[in-house]
Design a protein around this ligand. Structure first.
Ligand SMILES: Cc1cc2nc3c(=O)[nH]c(=O)nc-3n(C[C@H](O)[C@H](O)[C@H](O)COP(=O)(O)OP(=O)(O)OC[C@H]3O[C@@H](n4cnc5c(N)ncnc54)[C@H](O)[C@@H]3O)c2cc1C
Length: 494
């Protein structure tokens, strides 16, 4: 932790704390909000439930990372048929500290849809362009200056051989200037603790970590924010914060949960969307994986926006977890993990979910309903991805369907049913959004076109919840640009 962060971090909060603007949640939405407000000279307090960890505090994609930086160690599910496992970051920097850094701008047709269906103002491609460019520069979005991981190349080769569109996706990573083009460079992820949070702190923003906010209430002109400061497992201290203006940036699950716990419910937590994802472990005859494989960078966009493919983190622990769908072959991971990698097919989807708070429970109840079309898309996506992997030379495929026969030749693809079996298919997602959509359509939207909660003064949402629908691409690029646009509007600088 830098000296500056140490100096601005509140370690023994006195209650009540007061500030002009409180920002709750320090993921991309919260970190960028706090940074731009502090740089504009505002008195800002950034509050985060999780702890502050440096990027180097643990190995990326390790078990230690799951324990330190994920909510509930990554074990969270949206209930429905089938259930969908989702994950959220819970540390200073939120999801940006644990993600793969794959960057996309919001597709123009999605922006058009949001303007038409949700009546979002000032959201054309041209209007967002300066915000994309500024964020890309701030987090150093770039391509890999070296050789992509072998497992990623397999995906690319399979797609090219079938004549399908495949691309290298740029990432928010910083690489050493000189790298050997024959080697896969490591680089440093430009998460929020590397970029916007130090900037916010340098501009005078205060940081209160290990503090979970339970409730907000408006009294007169002030927002009263109540939570608990929990610096370790033995201590817990009630904290109250008073602020004139409040930005809620707790992510697409926790933002609606906090608002609903506080009695703010209109269009809040009713329209959650996620990119539902089905996975396949592919086994090749040759080595495709290594301890230093890094993050795969290719995505196949041939069938986009309906679905797209990519390669996942494929470390032995991740392979072992994936193989629980095929327990009789789990020994393959011990013996052959270097010849194995995990691939995914992600749908944009039409399904929707809800976030609700249950009395006496800390975590919200998340439900998700996939439509018949979603199940069909997942099935078609799995078939096409499997076809691609055989084309790339895979010898055995293990789909994430419990006890489903493994696939050993292209002819086996006909065994994948047109609708994936609801009770056996294991879906997951790392992209949740749209639980409090923005726009002027009062039937659907929780906040106005710039994130101000409809019907409330000085209350804003600034995170993935605002995206009107699933964008069909990795969402952090959209979250960053929309956050920047909304904060500049708040500051009267748009
Ligand atoms: C494993 C993984 C891989 C991903 N890969 C990519 C990728 O390659 N590219 C991409 O674009 N996106 C990716 N994503 C998604 C991306 O990280 C998220 O979309 C993004 O982080 C969401 O930002 P946010 O600000 O909305 O919320 P978050 O990042 O979720 O941050 C919310 C923060 O608020 C805090 N908080 C929540 N509730 C409270 C409370 N009550 N009180 C105080 N604090 C609270 C949380 O602890 C958290 O730190 C990935 C996500 C994960 C988990």
């Amino acid at each position: 932790m830098s000296k500056s962060v140490q100096n601005h971090r509140i370690t023994h909060p006195k209650s009540p704390l007061t500030c002009e603007i409180a920002v709750i949640g320090s993921g991309p939405g919260g970190a960028i909000t706090a940074c731009l407000l502090a740089e504009a000279g505002r008195d800002v307090l950034l509050i985060e439930e999780g702890s502050y960890f440096s990027l180097e505090s643990c190995r990326a994609f390790s078990q230690a990372e799951l324990e330190q930086k994920y909510r509930n160690g990554g074990l969270t599910a949206a209930f429905g048929k089938p259930k969908i496992q989702y994950v959220e970051g819970r540390c200073v920097g939120g999801g940006s500290e644990i993600n793969s850094g794959l960057y996309h701008r919001t597709p123009p047709e999605i922006l058009e849809k949001w303007q038409t269906e949700f009546a979002v103002e000032s959201l054309t491609e041209a209007e967002l362009l300066p915000h994309f460019e500024a964020c890309e520069q701030a987090v150093t979005v770039c391509k890999l200056p070296g050789k992509p991981p072998l497992a990623s190349l397999k995906l690319h080769q399979g797609a090219v051989s079938l004549g399908w569109q495949s691309l290298e996706v740029p990432r928010w990573f910083r690489y050493q200037a000189q790298t050997d083009p024959a080697v896969t460079p490591k680089g440093t992820r430009q998460s929020m603790t590397q970029t916007f949070i130090p900037r916010a702190i340098d501009a005078g923003c205060k940081l209160l970590t290990n503090t979970r906010i339970n409730f907000i209430r408006k009294q007169g002109k002030q927002w009263f924010i109540k939570g608990n400061y929990i610096p370790d497992y033995q201590s817990k201290q009630a904290v109250e914060i008073q602020a004139k203006t409040l930005f809620i940036c707790c992510g697409a699950i926790q933002t609606p949960a906090l608002l609903r716990r506080s009695g703010i419910t209109k269009n809040i937590g009713n329209s959650l969307q996620m990119h539902s994802t089905v996975k396949v472990i592919a086994q090749f005859n040759e080595i495709v994986n290594s301890k230093d494989m890094g993050v795969p960078v290719h995505q196949v966009k041939e069938f986009s926006p309906r679905f797209s493919f990519g390669c996942s983190i494929s470390s032995p622990p991740y392979l072992a977890v994936g193989m629980t769908d095929h327990p009789q072959y789990k020994h393959e991971v011990d013996q052959n993990w270097q010849k194995m990698a995990i691939y995914y097919a992600m749908i944009t989807g039409q399904g929707q979910g809800s976030v609700r708070c249950l009395p006496g429970f800390r975590d919200p109840l998340v439900r998700y309903h996939l439509t018949q079309q979603d199940l069909k898309d997942l099935s078609e996506a799995l078939q096409k991805l499997s076809q691609l992997l055989f084309e790339a030379g895979a010898k055995i495929l293990y789909p994430s369907i419990s006890n489903f026969p493994r696939l050993t030749q292209p002819n086996d693809l006909k065994h994948i049913p047109d609708l994936l079996p609801k009770s056996q298919t294991n879906l997951m997602t790392v992209h949740v959004m749209s639980s409090c959509p923005m726009g002027e359509n009062l039937e659907k939207c929780a906040a106005n076109s710039f994130g101000k909660v409809h019907g409330f003064d000085n209350l804003y949402i600034s995170d993935a919840s605002l995206l009107c629908t699933a964008p069909g691409v990795n969402p952090q690029g959209s979250i960053m640009a929309i956050t920047r646009r909304n904060v500049l509007k708040f500051l009267g600088k748009l």
